[in-house]
Structures are given as C-alpha cells and as structure tokens.
Design a protein around this ligand. Structure first.
Ligand code: WQD
Length: 346
C-alpha cells in the first residue's frame, strides 16, 4: 500500500516538481492549493508527466475547517510536505500582515490537524533567508540565524521556531526543514515550470521574459557590492534537484533514520554565482543577450550567500546534480513553450 503524502502548495513551482518526484518514487499524492499563485491545470500536467492521478483539493491552508475536511476525507495521511506560503520578499515588505497571517496560520493549522489525525511527519519548506547575511561563507546549518531582512524571511524563521517548540512539546512529531537557496529552472519535459503572477519578482523569470520580449529591460539591482563584479551572489539550485531532496527527506523519516525529531538541512549547490555571471551564462546557453541596466540596490537584498551542503550530502545522501548551464537552458525552453502557447491563443 503506497504511503499517502499531503502536498500543500502542490500546483506551485516547487510543489509541482516535488509531486512529480514523489509519484515517480511510488508515493500517493494529495495536493492542497488555494491557486492564489498557481493554476489548476498544473495538476493535469503532472499527470501527463507521471501517468498518475493526484487528488486535488482547492483549499486555503488558513481555513481550518476546510483543512479538517481534507484530513478526514484522505485519512490516513502518512506525511505532509508544506510548500503553501506567500514568498515574494518585496511584497512582504508592503503587506506584512498578509504574510504573517498566511504563512504562520497555515502551519499552525497543519500541526493541530496532524495531532488530531495522528499524522506525525512533516517536511517544511524553509529558506536560506533565515541566515540573513552570514558572517562566513559557505554558510553551514550551525550558522546563527540573524534578524530577517524582510517579513517573508521572518515568517520562515518563526515557522522554524514553531516547529522546534512543537517538537519539544510533542514527542510524536517528526520534522525535516529544508533550507532552500535559490530554486530555478523547469522540468525537462517543459510541461511544468515557474509561472510567476504578473511582473516576476525573481531574477530568472525576469531574464527569460526579457529575452523573449515580454519585458523591455532587466534591472540589475546594484553593482556596488563587495563582490568580484559588484553584483549580488546567490546559490542557484535546479528545481528538480530540489524536488528530489524532499523525497530523500521523506524516505529518511519512514526508514526511521532521523537523529532527532527536528532536523534541518541546507539544500543548495554549494556554488555562488553573481547576477552578472548568471546573465552571461544565460546568453551562452540561449544565444540571446538580455537587455539590462544597472540600477540602485533593492531593499532587503543581502550581498552574498551560498550553501555548505556537507550535512545534506552526508546525512541525506543527496547532492545537486544539474549544472547551472542546463538549468538556465531548461528555464529558457520553458519560456519558449509558454510563448508558443500564448501565440496559439491569439
Ligand atoms: C536574486 C538576485 C537580486 C530580480 C528570494 C527569497 C528566497 C526564494 C527566492 C522562494 C538578487 C537580483 C532579482 C531582478 C535583479 N524565495 N535581481 N533583478 O531575493 O535571492 O531570494 O527568492 O523560493 O527565499 O529570499 O531571489 O531571484 O529575487 O534575486 O538584479 O529583476 O537577483 O537583487 O541579488 P532572492 P531573487
């Protein structure tokens, strides 16, 4: 009998790629999504890739009674992977209450329902933003968390604290928090990928939309940082590699290999690349030079961060496999596919 996994935010960018890998690994998946930042047709695309159906519940995780109904309907649920959250750094500065309510209430609802329905495993989508600007790089899991640079980052820190405190109080709870670096790219089938709502907040979709002509020009937020070329450095990880890390985390739980009931891991490549380097690599793999200009720094940006991935390599037996060249090419192929679909509709 396959284990049943509830994936909140399962039609989103990382959630959809993780659902594919879960089904490929033999897990049964129930997707819960409020479709605030994704589309229901993603569930059909997932089925096209894996040949397997997912149950889909159009529910908001902050709605306790609706979530109670989902748990009752799909009981027993063996584990949860919790992606559903608001995730735009800039937007969180403008709308902090929306971020605190959405990101904190959804997690608290899940934990209460996990107790009620005796579901003891949760993998939590955390972020390298919990580190702020690390003092030393690459950053390890032992680095101290610093005051978050944005309400978004703060919600990730608070969620980790809620999980840690609940683990201390409830011995049945098993948690693995995955601290993502910068997820990018698209599935090799180009059936799923990143679908930003409106003007992209993140670098890669802005680059591909500029290259395809949707956006006039990419603004590069500052080249006066203390980095080799002056632009910010990040650790860009392929979304399929990231998705596979969730399967490995689940397997670890079901095989009782965990060393404590609250574990957390950096999920990155271990390599830092600057914005200008990314633009150069994109040009090399796509043959298109995105039009860009240097503008002033973006509030909330940290200067440089990349992961020490030793713990995930050793404990999870996981490491990133895809090159940044192949990953940027997958993002470009996805953008070309979206363009073709737009042209068909005209
Ligand atoms: C990357 C670099 C920008 C856009 C955030 C969250 C993280 C994750 C990914 C959810 C920065 C520069 C960007 C643009 C630019 N969230 N940039 N022009 O801020 O590192 O991470 O999103 O999964 O948790 O913290 O990602 O892609 O926005 O920015 O110059 O139009 O690109 O300044 O240096 P970020 P990003």
């Amino acid at each position: 009998m396959s284990k049943r996994i509830l994936v909140t935010g399962g039609t989103g960018f990382i959630g959809s790629h993780t659902t594919v890998e879960l089904q490929n690994a033999g897990y049964e998946v129930v997707i819960v999504d409020n479709l605030s930042n994704s589309e229901a047709k993603v569930a059909d695309a997932i089925q096209q890739i894996t040949g397997k159906k997912t149950a889909f519940e159009h529910v908001d995780c902050t709605d306790f009674s609706a979530m109670d109904h989902v748990f009752k309907k799909h009981d027993p649920i063996d584990a949860i992977i919790h992606f559903a959250a608001s995730k735009a750094v800039g937007e969180s500065v403008q709308k902090p209450l929306l971020y605190y309510r959405n990101n904190l209430v959804s997690l608290m609802n899940l934990l209460e329902l996990m107790k009620k329905y005796t579901c003891q495993n949760i993998v939590f989508s955390s972020s390298c933003t919990v580190y702020g600007q690390p003092d030393t790089l690459p950053v390890t899991e032992q680095a101290p968390t610093k005051k978050a640079e944005s309400p978004y980052g703060n919600t990730k820190q608070i969620c980790e604290e809620i999980l840690q405190d609940t683990c201390n109080a409830e011995s049945w709870l098993q948690v693995v928090a995955l601290r993502y670096f910068n997820p990018i790219g698209a599935h090799p089938t180009t059936l799923i990928g990143e679908l930003p709502n409106g003007v992209p907040a993140n670098l890669i979709p802005f680059i591909t939309q500029t290259a395809i002509g949707i956006r006039e020009q990419l603004s590069i937020f500052g080249n006066d940082y203390n980095t080799p070329d002056g632009s910010c450095i990040r650790d860009y990880i392929n979304v399929v590699d990231l998705a596979k890390a969730h399967v490995v985390a689940l397997n670890r739980m079901f095989e009782n290999k965990k060393k404590s009931n609250y574990e957390f891991f950096n999920i990155g490549t271990g390599r830092g690349l600057s914005v200008l380097e990314i633009v150069d690599i994109f040009e090399k793999v796509s043959g298109v030079k995105p039009n860009y200009k240097i503008v002033s720094r973006r509030a909330g940006d940290i200067e440089k961060v990349w992961a020490d991935t030793t713990l995930a390599n050793n404990e999870l037996g996981w490491k990133a496999e895809e090159t940044v060249e192949d990953t940027l090419l997958s993002a470009w192929k996805w953008e070309l596919k979206l363009q073709k679909e737009r042209e068909k509709k005209q």
